[in-house]
Design a protein around this ligand. Structure first.
Ligand SMILES: [Zn+2]
Ligand SMILES: [Zn+2]
Length: 343
């Protein structure tokens, strides 16, 4: 599949990623696994990439540190950890620190400059994208949609990466552009996913609504568990787009035919980053129907099907107090009916 951000081959289907999981970050017998102290400046040289094409994450960070010192982004008295935050691709819970193959790391750093980012992409093969991050959550959207969410800035390379979430059925793969969506790294056991899966299996509704879908994990889970009609929705364009994209990535585990029909491109959606009245941006059909809307979940009742039992999950970014949760759920029930819960 073509990557919608860089146009290259960043994107693989769900089974291709799952098949690689055992091997992708494993060392060969010649790989070095030297753990470096993170709270002190780097004192030693770094090792280059092993003949097998991988390098231990600490050596990659040492390489990044040296570049950032040479470029003046870091002082040589700064600790190694000041380089930034690693997000591996694909992301899944690991038993030990990874040996990184080519283009398997998105670097998030609050201090990296543009020339440094460009040099990193030229010189550090393990890095696929460099993102300048800030002290906020990208794509975080308030319930009343009063503010346009902030995003991080992709400086060089491509910041599209996947996370692999275990569920009670197939793993769900969610790709995302990391500068535009909040980080949700799989922990191996994700209580929200387990609880939503259990709710769906208990109710087995005709319609499952993932009303604040982010990258689409919960809605796709509903599809994999066999709900006939799934509606995913998010007011933030990047969330709506990547949810639709992820339907395509995971479609081999859904009862659908053909491919996802997109009604708007990523670039078109970016022109209306936050939407109130829900607009369908994509769908895939077959023995199941999965639709993606961009809109305010509190207006979603205007487009939802009325074809029997409905179960909705309101995965609000702002976790309110109990009174707030009760009010939001009561509002939903008054307009839509059915079952609703906040995970
Ligand atoms: Zn890409
Ligand atoms: Zn090796």
């Amino acid at each position: 599949m073509k990557c919608p951000v860089c146009g290259n081959d960043c994107v693989e289907s769900a089974h291709e990623l799952i098949d690689k999981m055992v091997e992708i970050f494993a060392p060969c017998s010649g790989c070095k696994s030297r753990t470096l102290p993170k709270d002190t400046p780097l004192k030693e040289f770094y090792y280059g990439t092993c003949d097998c094409g991988k390098r231990f994450i600490d050596e990659v960070f040492a390489h990044l540190y040296v570049i950032m010192v040479e470029e003046g982004d870091l002082a040589d008295t700064d600790p190694l950890k000041k380089v930034g935050y690693p997000l591996i691709h694909p992301g899944f819970a690991l038993a030990s620190a990874p040996h990184l193959p080519s283009k398997s790391l998105v670097l998030l750093s609050p201090i990296v400059s543009l020339p440094t980012a460009e040099r990193i992409i030229r010189e550090v093969p393990e890095v696929k994208g460099v993102v300048k991050c800030g002290n906020f959550v990208p794509g975080a959207i308030d319930v009343d949609l009063t503010q346009t969410p902030q995003t991080y800035e992709l400086l060089a390379g491509c910041d599209v990466r996947a996370d692999i979430f275990y569920t009670s059925t197939h793993p769900v793969i969610t790709y995302k552009q990391q500068s535009k969506l909040h980080i949700e790294f799989p922990r191996g056991y994700d209580p929200k996913i387990i609880s939503v899966g259990a709710h769906i299996l208990r109710k087995m509704p005709k319609v499952f609504v993932d009303a604040n879908c982010g990258a689409g994990t919960l809605g796709i889970l509903g599809g994999m568990l066999g709900v006939p009609h799934v509606v995913l929705n998010d007011a933030w364009y990047a969330a709506a787009f990547w949810s639709a994209f992820n339907l395509s990535v995971n479609k081999e585990y859904l009862l659908v035919e053909g491919d996802v029909r997109f009604f708007e491109s990523y670039e078109q959606l970016e022109r209306h980053p936050v939407a109130r009245d829900p607009v369908k941006i994509a769908e895939i059909t077959g023995n199941q129907i999965l639709e993606v809307y961009q809109g305010d979940f509190r207006r979603l009742h205007t487009v939802l099907p009325r074809e029997g039992s409905i179960l909705a999950v309101l995965d609000l970014f702002e976790k309110g107090d109990r009174e707030f949760d009760t009010r939001i759920q009561a509002e939903w029930k008054a307009q839509v009916g059915g079952d609703v819960f906040i995970p």
